[in-house]
Structure formats: structure tokens, C-alpha cells
Design a protein around this ligand. Structure first.
Ligand code: NAP
Length: 233
């Protein structure tokens, strides 16, 4: 597989929702796509919709073993990674609040939304370092901003708050390597997670991530964005 002449982007949880819309948008801009899903079947189905050059990959970011296996497979297929979109996420809270949530629910959100993203960046760093224009985009949420914390979504909010903190720290750590790291809030988007009442389409939710991955100036790293503007953490 010769991947040398085109930029390569990987979208975690790229099989549906905002992740699939980001993958579609990047492909329309000429990027070669790696689309990951928790099962290879789902990744293959998404890749088939995106086009023949898309590589499907099984990846569960809550599992170190899965991250390791996916990284090994990737390194056999590509020599560099230009864009990493950490989109995979869960909303574990249902009928709980900050006074009734459990350790397990809190851990579930952290393990996927925050820790999974950090460990995915660690694993893929050698491939990002081979790029001339490496960019990492973390799909966060306004519910992880200090003024967006909501008592009825403790696991989700705290995990996205942690993801925002990780974005700042990763940007600091990777500045010397020229790797730009940013977080975005896609707004409230009509997906399995966002529900049918959400006002935004997946394409609208994907716009800022696609822009940061492709066109945005590289001079802002460690920032939090919505609608192509920096917002407060
Ligand atoms: P979605 O439709 O529920 O899709 C979530 C995606 O994440 C799926 O592809 C899912 O894969 C994947 N995923 C979940 N856990 C994973 C894991 N452990 N490892 C790898 N992949 C995993 O949600 P969405 O609305 O598109 O959300 C995408 C991102 O946007 C999330 O980070 C979410 O927090 C964020 N966000 C969404 C909204 C909104 O209104 N929708 C608002 C703010 C932020 P499977 O198909 O295998 O389950």
C-alpha cells in the first residue's frame, strides 16, 4: 500500500455520527482515511461508504490491548499520520446526578473520553512525528467547560473537563515536536448520542474539526474551539 503522496487522517469512532461526518469531510478534501470502530465489521461498513482507499481498523480506546493491536496494524500500513481526530466518546450518565453517581460510572467516562484519548495519542505519536504538518483534534464538549458543567451528567462532564486539561498538557508536551493539539465543541448534534431534538446536523458539528485538521493556522495550540472561534475552557 503506497500512502506516501497524500495526507493521512485517522478518525476514532468514525463509523457513525460526528466521526463519520468528519471522515467524509476530510475525504472530500483529498485526505486518505483510516476509520476506526470498536468492531472491524462496523469499521469495514463505514470504510465501504467512504471509498476504496479508506482503511478500516478495529479500535477500542478503553483497552490498552486494542490500542496496541491497532497501532501495530497501522504501522504495517502507513508511514506517517498527519491528522488524528480523537472523536470516540461515550455519555455514561442516565438517571443519575453528582450526588447519586457511582465510582463505576465515573470511571467509565474517564476511561474512554479522557484516558483513552491520552493513550491513543501516546501510541500514535511515532507516526505523527513522521508528518510535516501533524495535527491532533480532540472532540470535547461545552459540557466539559467550567461554565458548562451540569449536575445531571457527572461522568460525561468530568471526563470532558479532564479531556480539556489533557488537550492543554498534550499541546505543551508536543510543541517542541511541532504537533498542534486542539479541542473542539461540536455544539448539540443530531446523533445517537445527541438525540433527535438536537439542532445541528453531523456535518455542522464536524465543520470546526475539519477546518482545524486542514486549513487552520498552526499558530494556536492547546485551545478550545467552537464554530471556528476560540472559547473559554
Ligand atoms: P455517537 O453517535 O454515539 O458516536 C460515538 C462514536 O464513538 C461511535 O463511533 C462509537 O463506536 C465510538 N466509541 C464509543 N466508545 C468507544 C471506545 N471505547 N473506543 C472506540 N470508539 C468508541 O456520538 P456522537 O454524537 O457522534 O459523538 C462524537 C463525539 O462528539 C463524542 O466524543 C461526543 O462526546 C462529542 N460530542 C457530541 C455532542 C452531540 O450533541 N452529539 C455534543 C458535544 C460533544 P461504536 O459504534 O462502536 O459504539
Amino acid at each position: 500500500m503506497n500512502q506516501k503522496n497524500s495526507k493521512i487522517a485517522l478518525v476514532t469512532g468514525g463509523n457513525r455520527g460526528i466521526g463519520f461526518a468528519i471522515a467524509q469531510g476530510l475525504q472530500a478534501k483529498g485526505y486518505r482515511l483510516i476509520v476506526t470502530a470498536r468492531s472491524l465489521d462496523k469499521a469495514q461498513a463505514a470504510a465501504a461508504k467512504l471509498g476504496a482507499t479508506t482503511i478500516p481498523l478495529e479500535l477500542d480506546i478503553s483497552s490498552d490491548r486494542s490500542i496496541e493491536q491497532a497501532t501495530t496494524t497501522l504501522k504495517q500500513n502507513i508511514e506517517q499520520l498527519d491528522v488524528l481526530v480523537n472523536n470516540a466518546g461515550i455519555y455514561p450518565d442516565s438517571n443519575v446526578d453528582i450526588l447519586t453517581t457511582t465510582r463505576d460510572l465515573l470511571a467509565l467516562g474517564m476511561n474512554t473520553n479522557a484516558f483513552g484519548t491520552i493513550l491513543t495519542v501516546q501510541a500514535l505519536l511515532p507516526l505523527l512525528e513522521q508528518s510535516q504538518d501533524p495535527r491532533v483534534i480532540n472532540i470535547s464538549s461545552g459540557m466539559g467547560a467550567l461554565d458548562g458543567l451540569t449536575t445531571t451528567a457527572p461522568s460525561y462532564c468530568l471526563s470532558k473537563l479532564a479531556l480539556n486539561g489533557a488537550t492543554i498538557m498534550l499541546a505543551q508536551s508536543l510543541e517542541s515536536k511541532g504537533i498542534v493539539v486542539n479541542a473542539i465543541c461540536p455544539g448539540w448534534v443530531k446523533t445517537d448520542m445527541g438525540g433527535t431534538s438536537a439542532p445541528r446536523s453531523p456535518q455542522e458539528g464536524a465543520d470546526t474539526a475539519i477546518w482545524l485538521a486542514t486549513e487552520a493556522s498552526r499558530d494556536k495550540s492547546g485551545k478550545f474551539w467552537r464554530d471556528r472561534h476560540v472559547i473559554s475552557y
